[in-house]
Structure formats: structure tokens, C-alpha cells
Design a protein around this ligand. Structure first.
Ligand code: NAP
Length: 338
């Protein structure tokens, strides 16, 4: 099968950083599906996993953890899918990724793709949707069914991949969403996605929140820089509120602020379930199924903004370079093998 892989960890400007390779076709066992990949999305996890280092892989390593495609074969213990099913999934960072014509993935973290989206549009969704859904509903315990209706949620980094789907998922749960964006085009995008208010993360947040008539917010989802907003989050969170973090901190985090507020601070890492094969890992199948239903019902729209064709090392290098600029709006997908 064709694949795009690395053996060395090089800056993305180096043509050797991602390579076109041919690898043996994998065979599914256990609960694995063998998926014929039609489209892949890029995420910061790809560029973080590819970060330059002296390490050398003995075998080509395939990145990419966001895909849509068709089930080509199923392992003997598979019960949820059959060959021919059109699926979407993020996958498992500890296994080979989706930048290959064929990929093995555990059925418990896969769902049928939204019928109303093509493969490229569908590939833009899974990793970011899992992150926002788990962050809101499982880590911060917001009620997806509406009991949290009217609560305020500040989303830091509203226009990126996670923010773009997160705003919409939070609106489905009835929250009042305050999204941050710092450029005219990202302000316009987050409003289009349903943000009730927009504040600029390049400016102090408190005066902007107070200008909305609020002293505190009930929930904060920080989809960008944990260290940079830590103090502001401690200041803005409501007493006994909850903060969800998805980006690792660089320096120790001071207790003041959140401790005085008895605020819950939750970490979300969407690879935790597949990585540890937790007994509830099938929840990712369930939540992706629910997201597909919401998309097909017209309650959540796709977040795809740009497609590069075909899937090859040159286009994936271009996609990584764009991502590394930090200026992404919505999602970028690489689709088709020819
Ligand atoms: N833990 C997990 O499971 C998990 C899952 C997914 C992603 N992540 C991490 O979450 C982060 C975001 O991922 P993503 O896919 O959303 O990234 P992304 O699409 O690359 O995010 C781009 C957006 O970031 C915004 N931004 C840039 N600088 C900012 C700042 N200082 N403060 C707030 N926003 C800023 C930009 O908005 P403006 O142009 O308006 O400034 C831009 O629209 C990454 O670090 C990623 O690794 C973690």
C-alpha cells in the first residue's frame, strides 16, 4: 500500500521530513477494522509527534490521526461494522496513523461517517469532536441533554480545529458561548459557527468579560495555551466552576486563583481511552455516532475550510507547514490517493 511516513524527525522545510513509501498491507485481527482511507485531516498532534529530534525510526512511522474511509475487512471479533461501511475516526497515537491507503483501527473508536458529508468533510471532524465532547460532557460534567442550559462557557482559541466544533457542540447543549478570536477573519468564523459573544485573546480578558455584564463564567475550555491564560482563568472562573485544559503546561501552575475558588481543573486527552484500552473506550464510538447524527440533522455543520489533493508527502508537508503557522481557521484535509 502507499503511505506517507518518516524515519527521521526533521523540520518540515526538509523534503526528507515526510516521505512517500510503500508498506505491506496490514491484516486485521481481534476487534480491528482494516479501513481503506479516503481522506485525512492534520492536527497539531501530527506536528508535535514530528517535532525535530535526533531519534531515528528503524521502520517507517506513519502519522495522521483523523480519517474517513471504507471498511475493507474486519477482524474475527468485530461486531459493529462490516466491509463496505463508510466510517470516520481519530485512531490511537500509539499505533500507525491514517496517512496510508489502508489502516488498522479498533472498532470501538470508530463510527459510521455522517451521511451528509463527503469523505473529505468527514475526515475534518473526529479528533476535534472527541476532544470537545469529552472535555465538556465527561471531564467538566456539563449536561449534553440540556440541564446546563444557559450556563456560560468561555472557549479560548475559538477558531481553531477544536474550537470550531466545540462552539457548535456547546450550543447544542444550550450553553452561552463566549469564544476568543484575535483577527477579523477568525472573529467572523466563530460568529458564523454560533458563538454568542467574541472576545480578543490578544487583549486582557477580564475587561471584555465585564463588558458583557459578567463577573465570572461557569466553565472555561482552554483550547490553546495553558500557561498564558492560567492566571486569567483563575480570575474569571466562577467559584466552584470548572476549567478544562487540553494543552500541557510548560511551567508549574500556581494554586492561587483556582484553589480559592474550589474550581475543578480537568485534563482532557482524547487518546487516553485508546492508549490504555480503557473498559469504556467504546464511548468514542458512541459519541462519534451522536456527532454524526447531529451533523445529519443539520444541528452541527462541517468545519472543513481547505482540501489538498492527492494524499502524498508533498501535500502533507504543506499541510504541516500551514498548521505550524498557528493561524489555522477550522480544518485542513488532504484527500484521495490519485
Ligand atoms: N488534549 C487533546 O486531546 C487535544 C486534542 C486536540 C488538540 N489539542 C491541542 O490543542 C491545541 C489546539 O488545537 P487545534 O487543532 O484547535 O489548533 P489550531 O487549529 O492550529 O488552532 C489555530 C487557532 O489558534 C488560535 N490562537 C493562536 N494563538 C492563540 C493564543 N495565543 N490564544 C488563543 N488562541 C490562539 C488562532 O486564532 P486567532 O487567529 O484568532 O488568534 C487559530 O485560529 C493544540 O496545542 C493541540 O495540540 C489537544
Amino acid at each position: 500500500m502507499k503511505a506517507v511516513a518518516l524515519t527521521r524527525y526533521l523540520p518540515i522545510g526538509d523534503p526528507q521530513s515526510l516521505l512517500d513509501v510503500t508498506l505491506p498491507d496490514p491484516t486485521p485481527t481481534g476487534r480491528d477494522l482494516l479501513v481503506r482511507v479516503e481522506a485525512v485531516s492534520v492536527n497539531p498532534v501530527d506536528t508535535k509527534q514530528r517535532a525535530p529530534s535526533a531519534k531515528v525510526e528503524p521502520q517507517p512511522r506513519v502519522l495522521g490521526w483523523d480519517a474517513a474511509g471504507t471498511v475493507a475487512a474486519a477482524g474475527p471479533q468485530v461486531t459493529l461494522f462490516k466491509p463496505g461501511d463508510e466510517v470516520y475516526y481519530a485512531g490511537d497515537v500509539t499505533r500507525q496513523g491514517s496517512n496510508s491507503e489502508l489502516q488498522l483501527v479498533d472498532e470501538r473508536i470508530v463510527a459510521r461517517k455522517p451521511k451528509s458529508l463527503d469523505f473529505a468533510q468527514a475526515a475534518a471532524i473526529p479528533l476535534t469532536a472527541i476532544t470537545a465532547w469529552e472535555g465538556f460532557f465527561e471531564r467538566m460534567r456539563i449536561d449534553p441533554a440540556g440541564a446546563s442550559r444557559g450556563a456560560t462557557l468561555l472557549i479560548i482559541g475559538g477558531a481553531g480545529g477544536v474550537g470550531s466544533i466545540g462552539i457548535q457542540i456547546a450550543k447544542v447543549a444550550g450553553l452561552t458561548v463566549i469564544a476568543t478570536a484575535s483577527r477579523p477573519e477568525t472573529v467572523a468564523w466563530v460568529k458564523e459557527l454560533g458563538a454568542d459573544h467574541v472576545v480578543d485573546h490578544s487583549q486582557p480578558l477580564r475587561p471584555q468579560i465585564e463588558a458583557l455584564g459578567l463577573k465570572f463564567v461557569d466553565y472555561i475550555a482552554n483550547f490553546n495555551d495553558t500557561d498564558r491564560y492560567w492566571e486569567a482563568m483563575g480570575d474569571l472562573i466562577k467559584p466552584q466552576g470548572a476549567i478544562c485544559l487540553i494543552v500541557g503546561n510548560r511551567a508549574p501552575l500556581a494554586q492561587e486563583g483556582v484553589r480559592g475558588k474550589s474550581a475543578a481543573v480537568c485534563w482532557e486527552l482524547m487518546f487516553t481511552r485508546p492508549r490504555f484500552a480503557t473498559p469504556d473506550m467504546i464511548e468514542q464510538h458512541r459519541l462519534l455516532t451522536r456527532v454524526a447524527e447531529l451533523i445529519d440533522a443539520g444541528r452541527i455543520r462541517g468545519t472543513l475550510r481547505e482540501v489538498l489533493r492527492p494524499i502524498n508527502a508533498s501535500n502533507l508537508r504543506a499541510a504541516h507547514a500551514k498548521l505550524e503557522s498557528g493561524k489555522m481557521i477550522g480544518k485542513l484535509v488532504v484527500a484521495d490517493w490519485n
